[in-house]
Write a protein that binds this ligand. Structure first.
Ligand SMILES: N[C@@H](CCC(=O)N[C@@H](CS)C(=O)NCC(=O)O)C(=O)O
Length: 210
């Protein structure tokens, strides 16, 4: 296992928020390298991660890890004392992995399809609009699914790394459709609980001020 200082490549309103919250929750030493969408910044990012996507975590031994769920799960293994995942191999851990993959494969995927809909077709704006509308419906459906599970956290009464992950992804749900979220009260309560935590406050402040 590699402990030491981590480098997190981040961007406002991007997938670095949850990894930063988890680094904070774990008390891990880290620095953030903010990457804007300027060609120079993207060039820097692509040198370590050719697809140029956020988040990227560079481990103290210079191993580059991408994919938000993998980054978060790895951090839970490195900092077991932070209690951000059940014991590996337990049934509770299996449920933890289930929700981490659900969030990555479904919720994150619909967010990307919504915000980058033009990349999913070659037939112009009308086709992109239809893709966006479908993505929004799918995004809502996935949030409803996990909303039903909250009690008040994803795994019940104990916070895990799945919670900052959900908090980040639900936070990207577009403002114009907030009435849907007001019909998901447990998600609102979940956001409140997360925002009370110093780790979330610090990461959200950094992401807002950068
Ligand atoms: N599956 C990846 C998705 C990463 C991703 O697409 N990140 C977005 C920001 S949230 C990004 O960097 N987009 C820039 C682009 O696609 O050009 C993960 O979970 O980390």
């Amino acid at each position: 296992m590699t402990r030491g200082t981590y480098k997190l490549y981040g961007r406002v309103n991007a997938g670095s928020l949850a990894p930063q919250i988890v680094l904070e929750e774990a008390g891990a030493p880290y620095e953030i390298i903010w990457v804007s969408k300027t060609p120079a910044d993207l060039e820097t990012l692509r040198r370590i991660h050719p697809s140029g996507k956020i988040p990227v975590l560079v481990l103290p031994d210079d191993t580059v890890v991408v994919e938000s769920a993998a980054i978060l799960i790895h951090l839970t293994h490195l900092y077991p004392e932070a209690g951000l995942a059940p014991a590996a191999g337990s049934s509770a851990h299996a449920r933890f992995l289930q929700w981490m993959v659900f969030l990555s494969a479904n919720v994150y995927e619909t967010a990307l399809r919504y915000y980058y809909s033009e990349r999913y077709c070659e037939d112009g704006a009308a086709a992109a609009a239809a893709i966006k509308a479908q993505a929004l419906a799918d995004y809502a459906r996935h949030l409803e699914r996990i909303h039903d599970e909250l009690s008040p956290y994803v795994l019940g009464d104990k916070l895990s790394a799945a919670d900052p992950y959900l908090h980040m992804l639900a936070g990207w749900y577009p403002d114009e459709d907030r009435p849907l979220l007001s019909g998901l009260p447990k998600l609102g309560r979940h956001a409140e609980l997360l925002r009370r935590r110093p780790a979330t406050r610090k990461a959200e402040r950094d992401h807002a001020e950068t």
